[in-house]
Ligand binder design. Sequence first.
Ligand code: SME
Length: 157
Amino acid sequence: MAEDLVVSKGSKVEQYDSLISQIKGLLDGETDVVANLANVVAALKEQFGWFWVGFYLVKKNELVLGPFQGPVACTRIRYGRGVCGASWEQEKTLIVPDVEKFPGHIACSSLSRSEIVVPVVRDGKVIGVLDVDSSELDEFDTVDQKYLEQIISLIVF
Ligand code: SME
C-alpha cells in the first residue's frame, strides 16, 4: 500500500528532489500504466497545488484525456492543436507564460493562466503529453521542464 506523500516545503529544486524520490517509490514494482500515471499526477498536484495536472495519450490521430487531477477537461485534442497538440507536433516541451498570448491555445478553463506541456517520447515517437496548468501567470520555467522531463522518463509505458 502507498504511504502518504510527504509534501516538501523547501525551494522548488528541493521540492522536486523530494518528490522524485517518492515517485520512484510509488512506481517501484507496479507495471500498470494507468495506475502509475494516476499516482504521478496526484503526487504533482499534492506537492505543488497547481490548477490542473494530467496526461493526454496518443490514440489514433488524437490526444485523448488520460489520468488527471483538477477540473473536468477537454477529452480530445487534434495533432498540432492547442499547446498540447503543438508539443506533440514539435516533439518538445513548451512553456507558455501567458496562455492568452499562445495562438490556438485551447481553454478548457478560463482560470488557467500559464501552462507547461512535456511530450512523452518512447522509441522516437510521441505517445502522449503531460500537461500542467497554473492559475498564476508565468508559473513555469526550465527548472520545471528539467524535473518534469525526468519524472516522465521514470514511467514505463
Ligand atoms: N490548454 C491545453 C488544453 C488542455 S487543458 O489545459 C487541460 C491546450 O491548449 O492544449
